[in-house]
Design a protein around this ligand. Structure first.
Ligand SMILES: NC(=[NH2+])NCCC[C@H](N)C(=O)O
Length: 473
């Protein structure tokens, strides 16, 4: 990532947004969207999620301008707005979601390799998990030794991954058949009504937009603050267009049931249907490069989240330790250890790329929602910010829309994912208690006890459902 003496201009910031959003998701989009929605629902879904995500992006931008003091990560807003435990949980949730996302990256990489070497299957076979683990710890060692070239790798990879996507779009546009696209425009009866289809694709849209906070995270490093907002909007609109085109054009190449049955990265198999075997190979190789690049960025980010949170007293102090090369070693160990654990779970639970992605998207909703809710709170109180005129009604409206959108997503994501997320929030309490003790403070306030009690009760019920086989990863 950028070194401290570098000032980021508009182009670099835009590349950051695009680079952190385009990773694995877009390469699996044809199948991931078609598995639950027909063309009409997909069209509506992209408009809705585009508008909602844009509101969220505006909130991040407004918060970055209004509270430049809270620049340690998106959980800082939750802590100032809603207290220590909720703040901690936002950091924890963002971290676990990123770790889960990284686990899904491994599954997708080896699902791609599985196209050439069948032992890797869809990335969740024994061979795939073993190879994933080797790759994980290789990356770990590389990063531990200090990785100064990460920013360079990142920009090279950003260009490299856009090339196969562009190729796909051109060829798919040429092969697009209107009759195929409109054959089951409102979706096959098996998909349910429009609302059901829409809900089904929502978490997938969240997943592909994760990373939109990319430029906000680096706003401290921007040459001009205003560029952060511009870069977020430009990057967002560009990526939104790519996503819409990839999913809609695919629906004019293969039918919805055909798309739904494709392995991932499904973009490869759509291209194979157009140009034959080489098409699949090109996209798969492109996707592996893209995901490897994104993996590196997100491995660093996972460690950074814990490290920054240890720095401001949200996480225990040991996570703030740096090794001799200035790498946050403990944070890196904990993050990669958890990735390893998720990889093993994939094996035992026969989880897939898609199930990991849905869970990761569902978990990220909590910190997203809390940031938006903090935006509402801030605008409502009309606090005057560092010399800026208070345009609070516009802020209030945007933040309210963004929080409504995030809440609706929790509902749209479905009960299964919500329950599993709650389960994953519980173990965090050990780190929270440790942190509070280190600061010589009581763990919970009275109403935090109530909150935690509720979370615990839901988690126990969820665990029972998982053990009895009623709920699957
Ligand atoms: N490792 C992660 N947590 N990745 C989240 C980024 C997901 C990204 N939007 C993608 O489509 O691939």
């Amino acid at each position: 990532m950028p070194t401290s003496n570098q000032r980021l201009g508009l182009a670099a910031l835009t590349a950051l947004v695009v680079g952190s959003m385009v990773g694995a998701g877009i390469f699996s989009l044809p199948q991931n969207v078609a598995r639950s929605a027909g063309p009409a629902a997909v069209l509506i879904g992209w408009v809705l999620s585009g508008a909602g995500m844009l509101m969220l992006a505006f909130v991040f931008q407004a918060l970055a301008n209004r509270r430049p003091d809270l620049d340690t990560g998106i959980y800082a807003y939750a802590r100032v707005g809603f207290g220590n435990y909720i703040g901690f949980s936002a950091a924890w949730g963002y971290w676990v979601a990123s770790v889960l996302g990284n686990a899904s990256f491994f599954v997708l990489i080896f699902s791609g390799v599985g196209h050439f070497l069948p032992v890797f299957g869809e990335g969740n076979t024994v061979a795939a998990v073993a190879a994933s683990s080797v790759l994980l710890w290789t990356v770990h060692l590389l990063v531990l030794r200090g990785l100064r070239t990460a920013a360079l790798v990142n920009s090279l990879v950003t260009v490299a991954k856009l090339v196969p996507i562009a190729l796909f779009l051109v060829l798919a546009a040429g092969a697009f058949r209107m009759d195929m696209f409109t054959a089951d425009f409102f979706g096959a009866p098996a998909l349910g009504d429009l609302g059901t289809q829409l809900r089904g694709m929502m978490l997938v849209t969240v997943w592909v937009f994760i990373g939109i906070e990319g430029a906000s995270i680096y706003s401290r490093r921007a040459a001009r603050r205003a560029d952060v907002g511009r870069a977020t909007v430009i990057g967002f609109v560009g990526v939104w267009l790519l996503l819409v085109l990839v999913s809609l054009l695919s629906m004019g190449v293969l039918s919805q049931p055909q798309l739904a049955a494709l392995p991932n990265p499904s973009m490869a198999y759509v291209l194979r249907a157009i140009v034959g075997e080489w098409g699949a190979s090109v996209i798969i190789i492109g996707s592996i490069i893209s995901v490897l690049g994104a993996l590196l960025a997100w491995v660093l980010l996972c460690a950074e989240v814990l490290y920054a949170a240890a720095g401001d007293g949200t996480m225990p102090a040991f996570l703030g330790r740096e090794n001799a090369r200035g790498v946050p070693a403990n944070a890196l160990w904990l993050s990669n250890g958890l990735i390893q654990l998720f990889l093993l779970l994939v094996l035992f639970n026969s989880g897939s790329y898609t199930s990991l992605v849905l869970l990761a998207a569902s978990m990220s909703l909590v910190p997203y929602f809390l940031s938006a809710a903090f935006g509402v709170q801030l605008a409502w109180r009309g606090v005057a910010y560092a010399g800026q005129p208070a345009v609070r009604w516009r802020d209030f409206g945007v933040a309210l829309l963004a929080s409504t959108y995030a809440l609706w997503l929790v509902y749209a994501g479905g009960l299964d994912n919500l329950l599993l997320s709650v389960l994953l929030y519980v173990p965090g309490v050990a780190l929270f208690a440790l942190t509070r003790r280190q600061h010589g403070q009581p763990v919970f306030t009275r109403w935090e006890w109530v909150l935690f009690g509720t979370i615990l009760a839901v988690a126990v019920a969820t665990l029972a459902a998982v053990c009895s086989g009623n709920l699957k990863l």
